[in-house]
Design a protein around this ligand. Sequence first.
Ligand code: TXA
Ligand code: MG
Length: 354
Amino acid sequence: METIIKKINREKLKKEDFAEAVDILRSGGLVAFPTETVYGLGGNALDKSASAKIYAAKGRPSDNPLIVHIADKDALSGLAEEIPLMAWECAKYFWPGPLTMILKKKPVVPDSTTGGLPTVAIRMPSDAVARMLIAESGLYIAAPSANASGRPSTTRAEHVYKDLAGRIGLILDGGETTIGLESTILDLSGEKPVILRPGYLSREDLLPILPDVEYDPAVIAKTMQKDIVAKAPGMKYRHYAPKGNLTIYEGEQKAVVAAVNRAVEEKMGEGYTCAVLATEETKGAYTCPVVKSIGGRAQEEIIAARLFDVLRSFDDGGVEYIFSESFPDGNLGPAIMNRLLKAAGYQVIYVGAE
Ligand code: TXA
Ligand code: MG
């Protein structure tokens, strides 16, 4: 299958530009499209065979459920039942935007879309291209991140092309996504609201509407499992992963630089290609021939926006060992470190002050 990239002019959205995408979606095919978080790989959420195509194109296990994207808040009641008041409140305050809500599903949502679960994940994106595509199609659009399973999510149409060319018909190119990390996933199907995946909206952002919202212990445990050092890559926790072996170094800045420089020297001595994921403050201090600065240490919005692109760029250079700094605990800290830790398969090295 030939994969066409269609550029969308955001200054002037025209219905004609969406006509082919709408045709493909209505006839059960797949279209990749930008959202404010990452690119999504969309198909008709109520069509079993479209969901099956999504799993096949990504190489994703079919028990991993998909997020259903909607263009207006009222569509919630078409997909979910027993919708609690707090879901409508969240929709009012956070939609359109990077929040996914898990609710009890209506029978109309096929098991193939929810991976057999009795619940459904729903999100109303704010991105104008995504909204226009959903509205024009007149469908609910199931869309996981548009990357090959296990790889970093995609924040540019070229990333999608690299992972999925030949497997999907069309990519709508709306330029680089603004947030760069996937939505916050909030489970509202139980008694208490629980965050299942940290994202752009933090627990603090949700607290005014959901005073008793908590992180799922598994999320915290995983982000906190910093003492699990040098876990082999390729283990079940490894997602968002570049091809090279990624290790995170945590500790006082100077000590981190010194430890990374030693590790790079050792691996280069063994003949491996190495790279460092650094920040503006430290980039000059590394001796490695390839150093990529992701932004200033305090610029967490920029770090979030660039993370997947930088991880992918190491693959283009055929890098075999990547050494990364760890990032501070700001508002976006949990989301950034969640992705980075998974990309590293939880390989973290703690260095003390020297
Ligand atoms: O920002 C985003 O959320 C992007 C854009 C495209 O909207 N989408 C995205 O989808 O990240 P995906 O499939 O890569 O991640 C969806 C996550 C998966 O971890 C999945 O297990 C979880 O949501 N999920 C989906 N439905 C669920 C459900 N009913 N219960 C629990 N988790 C669910
Ligand atoms: Mg994903």
